[in-house]
Design a protein around this ligand. Structure first.
Ligand code: CMP
Length: 139
């Protein structure tokens, strides 16, 4: 079925001028950009987005990283988009990511891992609504 997933191009990637190369990977993989914006997250926005990780050891550093530079937030559309996008970006830890995946090719480490992706259709729905209103998503 056609699905929608939320993608974030993270600060380590925007700072290294990798936005275009990463967008190209999305489009080459058959994912269509249905919504996109560049935003410098506030601490509150980043904490809210990652609320499920609150209390974990890496939470404060994760939030500090995510507000360290602008990010690009996107809604991607495609057949089985949630899983296809996860396959495209690769494992969270770039050392474990398969070659040819975005994280293998661009990410620096577990934290500076270049891209975020929704982990399920349910998360995708919640994460998309966190950043976009319906009129901003071009279906
Ligand atoms: P992301 O897909 O954005 O979802 C949560 C993020 O937390 C994850 O990517 C990683 O960048 C980060 N993260 C998860 N686990 C760890 C960890 N053990 N150490 C550092 N960062 C982590």
């Amino acid at each position: 079925a056609i699905e929608y997933t939320l993608s974030i191009i993270k600060p380590d990637a925007t700072k290294r001028n990798l936005i275009g190369k990463i967008l190209n990977r999305f489009e080459e993989a058959g994912l269509r950009i249905a919504a996109m914006k560049m935003v410098h997250l506030t601490q509150q926005q980043a904490e809210g987005f990652y609320a499920e990780h609150e209390g974990k050891a890496f939470f404060a550093d994760l939030v500090a990283f995510m507000i360290s530079a602008p990010v690009v937030v996107l809604v991607l559309e495609g057949e089985s988009a949630v899983q296809n996008y996860r396959d495209l970006i690769g494992a969270t830890n770039p050392e474990e990511a398969r070659s040819g995946t975005i994280r293998h090719d661009f990410a620096l480490n577990y934290r500076y891992n270049s891209v975020h992706g929704s982990d399920s259709p349910e998360s995708a729905q919640r994460e998309i609504a966190y950043f976009f209103v319906e009129q901003e998503i071009f279906k």
